[in-house]
Design a protein around this ligand. Structure first.
Ligand SMILES: [Mg+2]
Length: 182
């Protein structure tokens, strides 16, 4: 059993490790921002890449999200090193189609911002645009079975956050106009 007197979680350490590992595994926040742009530009033509990256950063600041990222990256790396138990080792290493736990872990990220993220997650999972294409290339060495879903989920969650915020902004403007008219 863990001793609460010894173990103390430092949230900053978790946040920092998440950033570092995403970078080490070849994913930049800007690349996730580009996925968000792709998902949202038809709905909000005035949306900028900077705005998308700000929303990606907001998603990355959540502990649930950081936990999923660190867990997924760790499993990918253990698979690369051949350190998982069979048959899990082969399933993760070869991104076995019927495995599915990679998508389930990623859904814990999508869940943070409500159900509209699901549609976006499904879309990027199917078409694998931008950085997801690179993560899905199989070179026999790198394993991104978990990371591709995680990155898609971060983009979907950031898209969802934007959609909710833009709606709130529109409503605030509408309300102000109505107040003026009174
Ligand atoms: Mg996957």
């Amino acid at each position: 059993m863990s001793n609460p007197g010894i173990y103390r979680l430092n949230s900053k350490v978790v946040a920092q490790a998440t950033e570092e590992w995403l970078t080490k595994r070849g994913v930049a926040k800007e690349q996730i921002g580009q996925l968000v742009m792709l998902l949202q530009k038809d709905y909000f033509p005035e949306l900028t890449l900077d705005e998308c990256v700000v929303n990606v950063e907001a998603v990355l600041s959540k502990r649930e999200v950081q936990n999923a990222i660190l867990t997924g990256i760790q499993l990918d790396m253990l698979a690369e090193e051949g350190k998982l138990l069979p048959p899990l080792q082969d399933m993760i290493k070869h991104d076995e189609g019927l495995y599915g736990c990679d998508e389930v872990l990623a859904l814990s990220i999508v869940n943070v911002y409500g159900s509209i993220g699901f549609t976006n997650f499904g879309y990027v999972d199917k078409f694998k645009p931008g950085v997801l294409k690179k993560l899905n290339e199989k070179n026999g060495k790198d394993c991104h079975t978990f990371l591709d879903d995680i990155v898609g989920a971060i983009a979907a969650a950031a898209s969802s956050r934007i959609a909710h915020r833009k709606q709130a902004e529109r409503e605030a403007v509408q309300e102000a106009l109505e107040q003026e008219g009174k």
